[in-house]
Design a binder for this molecule. Structure first.
Ligand code: FEO
Ligand code: CA
Ligand code: CA
Length: 637
């Protein structure tokens, strides 16, 4: 096994999850051996689980689509699928074009230098430039102005410190540069002479970093667990980091979701033992290689054990006011947030669907107490409400379990701080790493990417909850992932009952003939692994982005680089739209207000040293946003 003293995820040899397990091993569990043995025959799986009225559920053969539905789907897609490939480039369909809009390190202000290929910037320059590893993003209209907001999730040590031997931080400023590459980027973008670009010095341009003052709101605000030496009130905190997916509210604000916040804390004494509560969230005496405690003592968990309780939330940002104070919305719970999909229920209440991306963690929703009124005060809507965690049965129905003092024995603040523990108490279903959630704009139907889970049926989650094979997590040691969807009873997003099925089970039908071949809407021409980003367009087509294995061999032979696909919920058809450059994931998307441009995020090209995208030659690989348009200028999606 790997030597934990010499392994860090940002060395890019292993994933965050794998590192988490190495430094914070979970106990073995033998209780569900019998469940593991419930091997699923492919046919049995399909008749049982893919049963909610789509074409894919009807037939047993691998060509399930009728010619009629295939033709209809073709018209809806509006593009010819692209082939899997391993080129160090962006591939889009014939009749489409892609153009780089912004890259890590591009200056937001004229006082900042251009990106320096040799030094890769300084702490100071990075604070004035686009952050690294862009993930979730939105485009907001403000009059004629278009404002792009990006999450800058993390950094790759060998890239950001690639100017140093072994990609190590040598100086404090190296660490500060890395820290300042995290957070959010807010930038005006403009189409000038047919090329989207950042408007330097726009009054809306802003960097939000791990040091930006923020307000803590909701039930956890002021609780003893939130108080630190620097903030005895437990209501003011500094910064946000590891922002993964995002969300948008109907009132025009941006939601940044804090995911692997734990990986930034460490202790000077490596033998320091953290509390069980912190351990559930993966906090330990070792960070993941970022070294922030070296320059900022609050990241030393032995000295400031409550500091990690102030991260792991959804942060609300007003993109139009660069002086606004972002708000941590503790009412939406604390976990490794992927994205926050907001929907206004028919009765006006706000419902937010959210995944907790770790093996065997849960799927959540939040329902506001108050109702949304356009132009009204919205502050209460993400402050007072109820959290629920999803419980799926094996046969296609499920229930949202309310997390309340009565159901959990925890008070409201504790539920919002130790949300994972609360969900464990109500017996929520342990999931295969819930990533993005997306709500179909045409009907009350919700989709969630369950990206993969090598522990499914093998070991329990971090809280000791068993992870039996079954329901929406039907494959042991799930290596390909699936997309689950559910329909709330009566089309009401606030009710507890729902029905569910799987929209697609990813896999490789050219290698496997069992359940690992995937569901029937998957074939040699559209196969993929590890669905992650999900978003609907206004036509009701589901855009799917992947963050998976790009080895293009063995179990993943023929899948090529990470990619973006489009699925049709009505027919089950899935078609590949885009292939990314080498060693990148595709994550984050947003449409221009006229829907003629689709902005797509490319994260961590060359994370293992084998890409020079986007600039080519010998240049440093840089995460970037690309703008995709049709050559004929028509709308996309
Ligand atoms: Fe940041 Fe779960 O991906
Ligand atoms: Ca993701
Ligand atoms: Ca990811």
């Amino acid at each position: 096994m790997m030597d934990q003293n010499h392994v860090h995820p940002i060395d890019d040899e292993i994933s965050f999850d794998e590192y988490d397990e190495i430094i914070n091993p979970k106990s073995e569990d033998n209780d569900f051996d019998a469940v593991v043995e419930r091997a699923i025959s492919r046919r049995g799986f399909l008749s049982g689980v893919l049963a909610m009225g789509s074409v894919v559920a009807v037939a047993g053969a691998t060509t399930a689509l009728t010619p009629l539905s295939a033709q209809a789907a073709t018209r809806r897609f509006g593009f010819e699928g692209v082939a899997a490939n391993t080129m160090d480039d962006i591939t889009v369909p014939k009749g489409y074009n892609a153009q780089v809009v912004s890259r890590w390190g591009d200056a937001l202000f004229s006082e900042a230098p251009d990106f320096d290929e040799t030094t890769r910037g300084t702490g100071e320059s990075q604070a004035l430039a686009v952050g690294d590893n862009n993930d979730g993003m939105s485009i907001f209209a403000d009059g004629d102005r278009k404002i792009m907001v990006l999450n800058n999730e993390y950094t790759n040590r060998k890239i950001i410190w690639g100017n140093n031997p072994d990609g190590k931080a040598l100086t404090d400023d190296d660490v500060i540069k890395g820290k300042n590459a995290h957070g959010l980027t807010v930038a005006e973008v403009k189409d000038i002479d047919g090329k989207w670009q950042i408007v330097k010095d726009s009054p809306v341009n802003r960097r939000v970093t791990p040091d930006t003052p923020m307000e803590i709101t909701g039930p956890a605000a002021g609780h003893d667990l939130m108080k630190t030496a620097a903030d005895p009130t437990g209501t003011k905190t500094l910064g946000t980091w590891n922002n993964c997916g995002n969300g948008e509210t109907p009132w025009g604000t941006y939601l940044a979701c804090e995911e692997n916040f734990n990986g930034y804390f460490s202790a000077a004494n490596e033998d320091h033992k953290v509390s069980d509560e912190l351990k559930r969230y993966g906090v330990s005496a070792k960070d993941w290689g970022y070294g922030w405690a070296r320059v900022d003592e609050r990241f030393d968990v032995s000295k400031h054990p409550n500091e990690p309780n102030r991260a792991g939330y959804v942060v609300e940002l007003d993109p139009r006011d660069p002086n606004s104070t972002p708000k941590k919305r503790t009412a939406l719970g604390r976990f490794k947030h992927e994205n926050a999909e907001v929907v206004v229920n028919a009765d006006g209440r706000i419902v937010v669907y959210m995944g907790d991306d770790e093996r065997g963690e849960f799927l959540y929703k939040y329902v506001s107490d108050g109702v949304y009124a356009e132009g009204g005060d919205t502050d209460d809507l993400l402050t007072n409400g109820t959290l629920y965690a999803a419980k799926f049965d094996d046969t296609g129905s499920g229930r949202w379990m309310a997390l309340t003092p009565e159901t959990t024995g925890m008070d409201k603040a504790e539920i919002c701080i130790h949300t994972r523990q609360a969900a464990s108490k109500v017996g929520a279903t342990t999931m295969d790493r819930p990533e993005w959630v997306a709500v179909n704009p045409l009907k009350a139907e919700v989709y969630c990417a369950l990206t993969n889970n090598k522990n499914r049926g093998i070991k329990p989650n971090a809280g000791g909850d068993p992870t039996p094979v079954g329901g929406p997590n039907p494959r042991e040691a799930n290596k390909y992932g699936q997309i689950v969807r559910w329909r709330p009873a009566d089309g009401d997003h606030t009710v507890e009952e729902f029905s569910w099925d799987l929209f697609v089970m990813a896999g490789n039908p050219t290698v496997h003939s069992d359940a690992n071949a995937g569901s029937e809407n998957l074939n040699a021409g559209n196969m993929f692994n590890s669905p992650d980003g999900l978003m609907f367009d206004q036509k009701g087509l589901l855009w799917i982005q992947t963050d998976g294995n790009y080895s293009n061999k063995d179990d993943f032979a023929g899948m090529g680089n990470n990619q973006m696909l489009v699925g049709d919920p009505a027919t089950g058809e899935i078609r590949r739209f885009l292939v990314g450059p080498n060693e990148a994931e595709i994550t984050g998307m947003a449409w221009s207000p006229d829907r003629k441009t689709l902005f797509v995020g490319v994260q961590h090209p060359g994370e293992r040293g084998n890409s020079h995208w986007p600039n080519g030659g010998d240049t440093v690989p840089r995460s970037a946003v690309v703008a995709i348009r049709r050559d004929d200028g028509a709308v996309i999606g």
